[in-house]
Design a protein around this ligand. Structure first.
Ligand SMILES: [Zn+2]
Length: 300
């Protein structure tokens, strides 16, 4: 009898690493990410660069629940984690055909995004929504991008479902899915020196954030659409309920609230947080020299 009782005790003692792991988006989680950022030896990214198209004006109350009447510009970025040789892209924006003819869409910017995606060593997206993946999935360079396009299992699964619903061509068919890289991890995975993916199901099942520690020591988290505007993090408010309903987005409210709370905490600790669509905040980070405008496409 004593022996039987001892078995579960031994099993629980046999997983010390798990016991030490911080709860995702809880106390100690930032410290774990900082440690994970050292797992892959090598020089950290020198710069976080960005090109963005769109600049769609919307009342902030249309994107953040309970926010004020100010108008904000929504932007659609491609980020470039620039290493000495080569780069990683995060997010892929979408062709202008998805947003209509009135949207600000400089062809030269779009073309530079496409070359950045084509020549990247690795391309990831913060989540599986069309405005983050179509720049890859409908790229004229898709054949060149697909060997280094890395989606999570949840992202690929959602995009496959969209094909089943014939969702305006915004999905990934099974043949395409078979040709991109698909990974699964929980709760984080380093992908390069000083770059860590963070599983962040909430806005969508396949949402993830990207923790970056630049060569300068500056820490940045690309937080995707956990908030459609930084007001959601600053004021601890969810994305607009009416807008989510209108476009069929079903968030995990509890998970999103926990992530938004944690992002506020890490901002207070000096980490820069950048959500995808907030043009004003992006311009402020560019003005402060945290993010560099334009993509450096030399030495791929
Ligand atoms: Zn988005």
């Amino acid at each position: 009898m004593l022996c039987l009782l001892a078995i579960p005790l031994l099993l629980s003692l046999a997983t010390p690493a798990q016991a030490q792991q911080a709860r995702p988006f809880g106390d100690g989680f930032l410290e774990e990410l900082r440690r994970a950022a050292t797992f892959i030896p090598g020089s950290p990214p020198q710069q976080l660069r960005v090109a963005a198209v769109g600049h769609v004006p919307v009342p902030v109350s249309d994107v953040i629940e309970g926010a004020g009447p100010d108008t904000v510009n929504m932007t659609f970025p491609v980020y470039q984690l620039r290493f000495e040789h080569g780069w990683i892209t995060v997010d892929a924006a979408t062709p202008d055909s998805n947003l209509g003819p009135k949207v600000h869409w400089p062809t030269a910017t779009w073309d530079s995004m496409q070359v950045a995606l084509r020549d990247a060593r690795l391309s990831v997206v913060t989540h599986e929504h069309w405005d983050h993946v179509m720049g890859i999935m409908r790229s004229q360079f898709f054949e060149a991008i697909k060997p280094h396009a890395m989606f999570t299992r949840a992202q690929a699964a959602w995009m496959s479902k969209l094909v089943a619903r014939n969702n305006g061509g915004t999905g990934i068919d099974s043949a395409e899915a078979a040709r991109v890289l698909v990974v699964d991890f929980d709760p984080y995975m380093p992908i390069a020196p000083s770059v860590v993916l963070i599983r962040a199901a909430g806005h969508t099942p396949g949402s993830q954030m990207v923790y970056i520690r630049l060569a300068s020591g500056k820490e940045i988290i690309l937080a995707g659409d956990v908030a459609w505007n930084m007001a959601g993090i600053r004021e601890q408010r969810p994305n607009s309920v009416a807008s989510k309903k209108a476009i069929g987005v079903v968030e995990d409210d509890a998970a999103s609230a926990r992530q938004v709370r944690w992002l506020k905490q890490v901002m207070d600790a000096g980490v820069e947080v950048l959500v995808a669509h907030d043009d004003k905040w992006l311009e402020q980070l560019i003005a402060r020299g945290i993010v560099v405008r334009g993509l450096d496409l030399r030495n791929p």
